[in-house]
Design a protein around this ligand. Structure first.
Ligand SMILES: Nc1ncnc2c1ncn2[C@@H]1O[C@H](COP(=O)(O)OP(=O)(O)O)[C@@H](O)[C@H]1O
Ligand SMILES: [Mg+2]
Length: 250
């Protein structure tokens, strides 16, 4: 098994606050990892640390056994937690997905780029939204379009921060079917932040349960036992009892 992401003794300080404390874990090819923990427990910070968006106080993170700066950007797709667009923002769906190819506007698009955008929009069931202004998309549509943006370059690693927020149960099932399809391709690994462990346990093969430090990791049946859940959440309850993460803590 190849170590796709190697996290060794990682601590992250945000201002005066130690958001992550001495986290060590290895993620392997083909893993579908659910990152679970209460609100404010450092889940988004862990994804941002993997992406190099926050400096490490200590420890190190390697991607495919290399420093992040050695990794081609198209190998990693990211759907951030906060997904809002100003009503009057002058761009349509296709523009946002296209920005996942070139990471900047304006981009010079090839015929193949256009084909990739159409293909990925079809994959997430959003082809019909291509020319719709972003400001007119519903929350669920915006989630899908961001997923398309993350998938457009067929990344080897997909990092998703609360991708089911704002979508209904049917939309959530559909999202999981897209992810399962994506995972069937070789060499792909998914890390998904969620507070809904009941749903996640059916899809993920591994769970990281965190509350600033790593409480437990392993297959859902082992990591999500009552003792660990109590240690992470302070009680064992229904997943939907937990408050959704606020948009302010992206
Ligand atoms: N810039 C910052 N300065 C200080 N604390 C922060 C900053 N950003 C986030 N935090 C705090 O760090 C903690 C972890 O945040 P986050 O990773 O967003 O948690 P989660 O995604 O699990 O809800 C939270 O308690 C949050 O309030
Ligand atoms: Mg978060």
């Amino acid at each position: 098994m190849v170590n796709v992401i190697e996290i060794a003794n990682v601590s992250v300080r945000l201002g005066d606050f130690l958001a992550l404390r001495d986290i060590s874990v290895n993620i392997q090819t083909g893993d579908f990892v659910a990152i679970i923990g209460p609100n404010g427990s450092g889940k988004s910070t862990l994804l941002r640390a993997i992406l190099g968006l926050v400096p490490l106080e200590s420890g190190r993170i390697k991607i495919f056994d290399k420093e992040l700066r050695m990794i081609p950007p198209e190998w990693i797709g990211y759907v951030p937690q906060l997904k809002t667009v100003d009503r009057n923002f002058p761009a349509v769906t296709c523009d946002l997905v296209t920005s996942g190819i070139h990471r900047s506007w304006p981009g010079i698009l090839t015929k193949k780029d256009h084909e990739s955008v159409s293909e990925v929009l079809a994959m997430v069931g959003a082809e019909h939204l291509c020319h719709k202004p972003l400001g007119q998309l519903s929350g669920g549509e915006l989630q899908r379009v961001y997923l398309a943006r993350a998938l457009v370059r067929k990344p080897k690693i997909l990092l998703l921060d609360e991708p089911a927020t704002g979508i209904d149960a049917v939309g959530e099932d559909y999202m999981y079917s897209i992810l399962d399809e994506h995972l069937e391709r070789a060499d792909t690994t998914v890390l998904m932040v969620t507070h809904d462990w009941l749903t996640a346990r059916h899809h993920a093969n591994r769970v990281l349960l965190i509350n600033h430090k790593l409480i437990a990791e392993g297959p859902p049946s082992e990591a999500l036992n009552d003792k660990h859940l109590r240690a992470a959440f302070g009680h064992v309850g229904h997943a939907h009892d937990q408050p959704c993460d606020g948009a302010s803590d992206v």
